[in-house]
Structures are given as C-alpha cells and as structure tokens.
Design a binder for this molecule. Structure first.
Ligand SMILES: [Ca+2]
Ligand SMILES: [Ca+2]
Ligand SMILES: [Ca+2]
Ligand SMILES: [Ca+2]
Length: 696
C-alpha cells in the first residue's frame, strides 16, 4: 500500500527515436577519475545518489520558460495573443528539440495582418483555477530575474524561410518608445532579436540581456510576424527549450517522482509525491556527507514550507503530492487570496485548454504525513535544528487530532481525500474511514521517536494506540500482516495482501523474531522471475518485479542477518540499475515492465522512480529509514519504562516504579502493564525486560 500513483501512465504510441533524449545522464558519467588520473567505476550507491541529485537540480540549474508541456520547471505558462491570425499549441509532440513536446506556432494572415504571442506570467485570483492575462494592470505579479545574462531558445521552421521577430519583455510598454502604458509594466522595455529567417533544422538563438532591468518580468518571451514579411503565405514554426541562465540551487524544493517517456500521458509530468520526497531526504541522510546533508535540508525546508503554506489549509497537514521545480506559486497567483502558496501538481490538457489536478495528489493520506514526519525527525537528529522537530510535532498532532480512531483495534484512519472546500466543491475533503496497517506502522515509529526526542509522555500512549492496531493486523497462523480494515474500521480487508507491509513491519517494530515469518510469507507468495530479474512483486499475482519492494526485502534480510539473500537481491537491483527497461544506468525504475499490478487500483511501470532509487540507496548502504540507524543495529523499542531516562531499561527503572507504586504516583511511562495504575506488576515487568525475559 505504498502511497503512489492512482493514474495510469499510458504509453500512447511506441517511441524509439526520441526516447534517448529524455535522459540527462551521459555515457561517461559512469566513470570518474581520481587525482592520479586513474579511472575507476563508481559504485552503485554513488550512481544512485548522483541520479537523485540530478533530479533535485534539474529545474534549478537555470530558469526555464518552456522545456516540455507541463514540465515542472516551466514559468510564464500563459500564452497571450497579440494581433490577428496567430495560433500557438504548447503541446506539439512532433519532433521536439528535446523531451516530449515543443511549441507549434502558426501565422496565416494576409495583407496588413500581423500577429504573435507573449509567454506571460499572468495573475490568478480568488476561486480561479487558471491564470488570466496581465498586461501591466496588476501589481506584485512579476518575476525578479536579476542575475540572468541571456535568454536562449531553439527554433525551426516547417519549410524553412519563415520570418519571425523574437523578443523578451515590454509588457505594459509602448513597443516603439519603451514608455509605460500601464501602471505596473515590465521593468525592461522590449528587447528584440529582430526578424530572423528560420531554417528547417533546430537552431539555438540567444537574446543578450546585458543592461536590461530584470527586476520585474511579466512577459518572458514573445514572437510576432506579419503577412508582408512572409509574402502573404501561411507559416508554421516550432520553439523549444526557452531558458534564462539563472541558477537557483539554494532554493528548497521537491523532486519529481517519475521520469516519463515522451509518449506517456503527462499526468505525472511534474508530480513530486510526498512519500518519495521523504525517502529521498532520508537517502541523503543515509550517505551523510556534508553536501548530502545540505540536500536533505533543501527537501526538509520544502516540507516545512508546505506545512505552512498550503493554498487552503491552515491546520498543518500535507498533501499526497506537490510539484517539482519551484516550490512557491508564481508572483501574482493568489488562490483563495493567499500569496506564495506551495504548488500542487497538475497537467495542461491541450484538447480542452484546461489545467487538471489529480484527486489523489491533492488528498492527504496518513502515511504521507507520517513518512515526512519520520524524515524530519531524522533530519532533526542530524542537525539539531528545532524547526524540523517542531514541524514533525505539528504533523503528528494533526494525525492525532484528525485520524485517531477508537473502533475495533484502534489505530489511525487513512486520512482525507479530495479537494478543499470551494463554491464548486462544497463538501471539501472527506474523511476516509478505512485503516491501513502500513500507515499505522509509520505512525507508530513517528510517535515513538517523537517521545524519544521530546520526552513528552503523551506520545507513548499514542504510539501504543497505533501499535495495537498493527499487532491486530498480524495473522499468527498465516504469518503475515493484513493490509488493514475496510470502512467499518473493524473488518480485516482480505481481498489483497501486499508484500511491503511485511518488511516495513519488521523494520519498524522491535520484534524481529515474531515478524520474521512475514518475510518468509513474501518469499513464498510474491517471489517472481521476470524480464531477466529475480525479485518480488507488490502482491501475490507475481506478474512482474517491483524493484522498490525488492529493495524493502534486502533491508529486511540485512536486519535478519541473512547475508546470502540480502546479497542475492542486492545483485539483482544493481543489475536492474544498469540493465532494466528504461533505466539510465543510475536510478532504479519502478517495475521490470509496464503495468505490474498491485492488486489495488494502480500499477507500476518501468519508469525511473525516485522512491525506488531511494530504497535502493538504503539497501546499498544498510540503512533502516524508519529509525535513521544501520540495519546491523537493533531496532529501538518504544522506550517505555525507562523511568530514569538513561536510554536503557535496567533494574534501576524497576526500583523507581516500585517507589511510585508505594507513593501512589502515576505516569504513562511507568504503567507498562497498561492498566492505568502503577503497581508491583509494572516494576516486575520492567525487571523482566531488563533481564531480557520479556519485551514491553
Ligand atoms: Ca521539449
Ligand atoms: Ca502484481
Ligand atoms: Ca533507564
Ligand atoms: Ca500498570
């Protein structure tokens, strides 16, 4: 039940020619040279982390206007028409310069006709879901591009010989004098390249920005042409990869989860799943160089920002996904009247000229609050920055306030689904009533660690409330966890048994002897050989290898000390890194082929996936992501009964419990028998725990 795609990634046609262009790696990247000039092959974890760094930096090494339709890095996404007889299609799939799409432009005027388009930022107000044009009438709606020195773009004509003028800026100014004609114009007058005659092949053009005031940009790029320049003939030409050379590598941000192929539906084009980003943060912590820590902090800061700056919610809950690229919505875009809100993912549909959001992405599932909370606690552990601890507390309080459930075995419900309350959606998000074992595993760890870091005893009872549910979902006879309950909160859902809840339970809970049989269950029911790889499926129909889940199993085998199996599947993952369908030699793809089933209403495709890559890093580095420890270290218990707070359970703690019993005192931490009183039984249980006879 990993909190992943609900939308299918559909390949609309077979693509071979342009598929190569999507990858940003190069053949030489597999080799590095040391000081003596001797080359050595990089290790698999280094390559995987390099892949994650590239995804992290992909849209921040420069300032994109357009690379692909709905790409996370795009800015100035509102095409605004000038004159007549001009058309623009930002989603042309035919032979783009790079990636999946380019912009197709047409002009078909005659006589004195002229026309063109600006790519402008626009504004968005109130309940609007799409931006509208801003020709300089609105304040505080421009980008500050100070520091950029040039604007580059690629262009080609359909026939060759098309004549077009290209330019930047000048919105709200007279094109001839440059004087303002609107109250809030572009800070720079129009900067033109003049008329260019296009060839049939892609060619790069550069607009030198030297001397221009870039402090307030409304119109980043535009073109105009007329009938006279083109001998009254209709023209078609193409544009792609329009960029300013402005680096922004110090900005907090999220990573897009999947690397789509050019022919894929763009539904997940810019989607940065919250779960995947929590994992990537942890993979940087797992490697823990100073640079990795800085990268982890960029993601941690983005999570903190998302908690505070939702476009609607003020109670601190996260969404299932955000957008990669810029963290903040563009200047002048104020949904529900709020500025600088965190961007939610979506895609532009060229057929309907509409921006769509995916229901799953805007929803909030409890596991997608708990995993960020865990990652922020680990980041706090490494940095001692209170911001991360406080953000984690806020997320955990949200889970306690909004999802706590007393039905059946207790635990926490699945979260909230749908869009926020608006005039068009009066219901707002709806509370889901099913409960997920995985969510409760995540919640248990988040709460248990929060108790460790804060010493606040409320988290003991809450952690146990989640843990009780997890334990109730364990099937002692069959030796595996069930996925959770149906909507009544009581009836166990036996329709589908996912693999991953078993290794997750093993990694999270300090009872490896008990949960070891869950790993055997996965071996016996989910093992599959497919597409040349040995590994594990998400569920027990064994229709393909799910590499993320295979990495879960490696981490589990490491915890169990089963080196042989850990090494066997690590070897398979390393081979998948090099050889799997659609790999780039660095990252890991989600599945060994497209459409690997989960038993739920989503599937996994063979696309590079940050979450799978992060789990591969954990497996390679022997890292338990729940607890920020090595897989060789014992899984910490909920430190319950540690009454002198020295991090260990010893007879000294039992003595304190006895004293409390004599005095009639009560604390949750001392009531290890959970009968709401502290007496000799608690002291005895602490003593037995100290002796290793029982575990609390
Ligand atoms: Ca492109
Ligand atoms: Ca399957
Ligand atoms: Ca102690
Ligand atoms: Ca007791």
């Amino acid at each position: 039940m990993t909190k992943q795609i609900l939308k299918r990634i559909i390949a609309v046609s077979s693509v071979t020619v342009i598929a190569m262009l999507v990858f940003i790696g190069s053949a030489s990247a597999n080799m590095e040279y040391d000081d003596d000039g001797v080359n050595f092959t990089q290790t698999s974890d280094v390559l995987a982390l390099e892949h994650l760094e590239e995804i992290l930096d992909k849209y921040h090494s420069d300032f994109d206007v357009y690379t692909d339709l709905s790409a996370a890095g795009n800015h100035f996404v509102l095409p605004a028409k000038m004159g007549e007889d001009a058309e623009i299609n930002p989603g042309c799939f035919e032979k783009p310069h790079s990636g999946a799409t380019c912009i197709e432009n047409k002009f078909a005027g005659t006589g004195t006709s002229w026309g063109g388009w600006y790519l402008m930022n626009g504004v968005l107000e109130g309940e609007e879901t799409q931006p509208k044009q801003n020709w300089g009438e609105y304040p505080d709606a421009g980008f500050n591009l100070t520091g950029a020195t040039e604007l580059t773009f690629w262009a080609k004509g359909k026939e060759g010989g098309e004549r077009v003028e290209f330019f930047a800026f000048g919105v709200g100014r007279d094109p001839n004098t440059g004087n303002p004609t609107a109250p809030y114009p572009d800070s720079s007058p129009k900067k033109s390249l003049g008329y260019k005659t296009l060839g049939k092949e892609w060619q790069q053009y550069t607009i030198d920005l030297g001397g221009a005031d870039l402090s307030y940009v409304l119109g980043s790029f535009g073109w105009v042409t007329n009938a006279r320049k083109n001998d009254n003939k209709p023209i078609t030409f193409y544009l792609d990869d329009i960029k300013y050379d402005k680096e922004r590598l110090d900005e907090p941000r999220f990573l897009v989860s999947y690397e789509l192929l050019p022919a894929d539906e763009p539904v997940l084009k810019n989607t940065a799943f919250t779960y995947d980003n929590a994992l990537v943060l942890l993979s940087f912590l797992a490697n823990s160089t100073e640079e990795d820590l800085e990268r982890a902090m960029l993601i941690g800061d983005a999570l903190v920002y998302a908690i505070e700056q939702d476009r609607h919610f003020t109670d601190g809950h996260l969404r299932n996904a955000y957008q990669g690229g810029d963290l903040k919505l563009f200047p002048g875009w104020k949904p529900h009247g709020k500025e600088d809100t965190v961007r939610l993912p979506g895609w532009w549909d060229v057929t309907n000229d509409t921006w769509y959001e995916d229901r799953f992405s805007v929803s909030t599932h409890t596991g997608n609050v708990a995993w960020p909370s865990i990652s922020l606690l680990s980041l706090y552990e490494e940095t001692q920055e209170d911001t991360y601890l406080n953000a984690s507390i806020r997320l955990c309080e949200w889970i306690e306030d909004e999802c706590r459930d007393e039905r059946g075995a207790g635990g926490y419900t699945g979260g909230y689904e749908g869009w926020e309350k608006t005039a068009n959606n009066p219901e707002g998000q709806t509370n889901v009533s099913w409960k997920s074992t995985e969510h409760n595993i995540d919640v248990y760890v988040a709460f248990a660690r929060l108790y460790k870091f804060t010493g606040d005893e409320v988290w003991i009872e809450r952690a146990l409330h989640a843990r009780d549910f997890v334990e109730a979902m364990w099937d002692e006879n069959e030796g595996h966890f069930w996925t959770g309950t149906s909507e009544d909160g009581i009836t166990i859902n036996k329709a589908n048994i996912p693999a991953d809840v078993n290794p997750w339970g093993l990694m999270a809970m300090d009872e490896t002897n008990k949960y070891e049989s869950g790993i055997e269950w996965v071996e016996n029911n989910c093992y599959v050989e497919a597409d040349g790889f040995k590994g594990f499926d998400f569920n027990n129909d064994t229709d393909g290898v799910w590499f993320e889940g295979t990495a879960h199993m490696v981490v589990a085998y490491q915890i169990l000390g089963d080196e042989t199996k850990a090494n066997l599947y690590s070897g398979e993952l390393r081979r998948a890194q090099k050889e799997a369908n659609n790999t780039n030699g660095k990252g890991l793809v989600a599945a060994s082929h497209d459409g690997v089933s989960t038993g739920f209403d989503w599937i996994y495709d063979a696309r590079l996936h940050t979450g799978a890559t992060a789990w591969f890093v954990f497996a390679e580095l022997g890292y338990n992501p729940y607890w920020n420890i090595n897989t060789s270290e014992p899984i910490p218990p909920l430190l319950y009964g540690d009454l002198n707070s020295d991090g260990d359970i010893t007879p000294a703690d039992a003595a304190i419990a006895l004293q409390m019993a004599v005095r009639g005192e009560y604390t949750v931490a001392a009531d290890v028998s959970r009968d709401r009183q502290v007496n000799a039984l608690d002291a005895l249980m602490i003593l037995q725990t100290a002796a290793g006879a029982i575990s609390l």
